[in-house]
Design a protein around this ligand. Structure first.
Ligand code: SER
Length: 314
């Protein structure tokens, strides 16, 4: 990985991933692309790119001399459920264009899958790396198809495709927007601004989560991993913690004792959450490329609240 092109660079993961990559590989070696112009100037080269335009993606990657593509542009689960056809076209069309660009230019390839690639018939606890995947959401259908395509490009064309199944990602930098796990980000904002939060996810609903710095490190570690040690190429289960809304509220209360959590469940997002595992098993990622995390729930809460207090005052 020397010259990296990132799609969806202004999105939830992309907007922090580019800073991490610039630090590791040099600002001039990371090309950020997104369908829209940044609202504020960002560091390093930037190019407007619609991922459904395969020719432009190829040309932009070639002009930059990229040897790696990190394809992050995608619609999250709740948005994909609201607009399934658009989600299919964007998530699958964008992925195919990115895979083809990587194949034509012989680039290393990364794209994230998700806990959304699992469904109601998947074992809910310690969900194995290799297991039943019959998701009931459009997002999940896209993610399973994406995992299979990445494996296909590896086996068929020898393309160096790699990926993880991310859980809900939590960060104080970019808001996710359109995901089912978003409540676990919103709750920190509202804890600071309002001292209370109304959760759209029901009490007792466990989902896997991870703090963004751990997610970014996992991407870099997987991409740098010795290919000889990878028995799986794609879609490694990764997670740092799992909790239900009451547990994240309890963690916040250690800092803001008067914080109050109430519920107003959104049936659509609740149905999505109910179809996902409670806790996935990341042991294949640990064994094959040394996956590790630094933040548990309380460490994440302390950092989120500290950083958000500064951000929201500013
Ligand atoms: N955070 C994502 C979502 O909720 C899961 O991959 O859609």
């Amino acid at each position: 990985m020397k010259k990296i092109m990132v799609t969806g660079a202004l999105g939830q993961i992309g907007s922090e991933l580019i800073g991490k990559l610039q630090k590791e590989y040099g600002e001039e070696n990371v090309l950020s692309t997104d369908i829209r112009q940044p609202l504020e100037p960002i560091a390093g080269p930037f190019q407007v790119l619609d991922v459904t335009d395969g020719k432009m993606m190829h040309d932009v990657a070639k002009d930059f001399g990229a040897d790696t593509i990190m394809h992050m542009a995608a619609l999250l689960s709740a948005k994909a459920e609201a607009e399934p056809l658009f989600a299919w076209n964007l998530n699958m069309g964008g992925l195919m264009n990115a895979l083809e660009t990587a194949r034509e230019l012989n680039m290393q390839f990364f794209t994230p899958s998700s806990i959304g690639a699992f469904g109601p018939s998947t074992p809910k606890l310690n969900t194995p790396q290799d297991t039943l995947q019959r998701p009931t959401t459009m997002y999940g259908v896209n993610k399973v198809a994406g995992e299979l395509l990445c494996d296909y490009y590896f086996h068929r064309f020898g393309l160096d495709t790699r990926g993880v199944r991310f859980p809900g990602l939590i960060s104080y930098v970019a808001q996710p927007g359109g995901g089912t796990t978003d409540y676990a980000v919103d709750i920190y904002y509202k804890a600071i601004t309002d001292g209370k939060y109304e959760s759209f996810i029901a009490e007792g609903t466990c989902m896997d989560m991870m703090y963004m710095p751990d997610a970014l490190q996992a991407i870099v570690d997987l991409m740098e991993a010795d290919p000889g040690k990878l028995m799986h190429r794609n879609a490694f289960n990764v997670t740092a913690m799992c909790f239900e809304p009451g547990e994240i509220a309890a963690s916040i209360k250690k800092h803001i004792p008067e914080f109050e959590l109430t519920y107003n469940v959104d049936p659509i997002r609740q149905a999505i959450a109910d179809s996902w595992p409670d806790h996935i098993d990341p042991s294949a990622a640990v064994a094959e490329w040394g996956f590790k995390t630094s933040y548990d729930l309380d460490a994440m809460t302390a950092d989120m609240l500290e950083k958000l207090k500064k951000k929201l005052k500013a």
